[in-house]
Design a protein around this ligand. Sequence first.
Ligand SMILES: [Zn+2]
Length: 278
Amino acid sequence: MARLPSARQIARMTPQEIDETATRLEAQVAELSSEHGRTEQIFGQTTGVAAAWAASDFQMQLLQGSPREQARKIDEVRACIGELDAEHDRRGGWTRVFLTAAEEPALAHASLTCPAAAGREHVRLPEWSGRPVAEIAEAAGVRACPTCYPGVPYHWRARATRILTPAERARWQATGVRPVASTASATPAFADVQGRPVLTLDGQVLRTVDAAVDEYAGAAAQLRWYRENGRSVAGLEVQQALCTYLLEAIAVHRGTEIEVQEHRLERHVEARLRRDWG
Ligand SMILES: [Zn+2]
């Protein structure tokens, strides 16, 4: 195992080097932890056996020494990761990307302090360190965390992501086939025109056509109220895009034309207009 960088070395590292080192060390922690789990299990059994055989205190210490040594090493590596992160903060920070990919949907976060990222299994993607936020958010597409990247235009969120886990990247390089969307799971029962999960503005997945109708009615009612009351709809392009996107998904699902669907959903929009804006 390579030696851990000293405080002086950390102070001289570039942001890229700091994040690459932290990434490497986190992988090391994961490896050491699983090794530690295995030896603890083995030694747990062994010490049980040894105790039964009335091993001497010295023999017991030898048997238990190995897992204890591993635990100490893990703490040491974790502390070093903490120092690298502290150096990031000390310098006023730079953009970073953390991908939580153990559970669906995988999300790209700007920080581990994000409530949707804290305490979750994650991978650091140092190749995105220091890049402009807008570039990261656009590349993240469907994977942009709504909390970390709140200003992402709706049509960006509908895009396939370019923020990939190391495993996805390796598979892409090996097969030449780029991973399409955030989910490795099969196409959901209700999907958008490209067969991907239907999302709301804040990144929630709409799993049923009824949920999409409800979301559409809410957004369409809001647009209508603004228009009918002579308010500017500037800044509501997102709602406009959302309406079209949902309408398309609903129309495809029900096998009708968009116009037909828009007409059929009219009473839902009217009802929402009275309820939310009346
Ligand atoms: Zn986040």
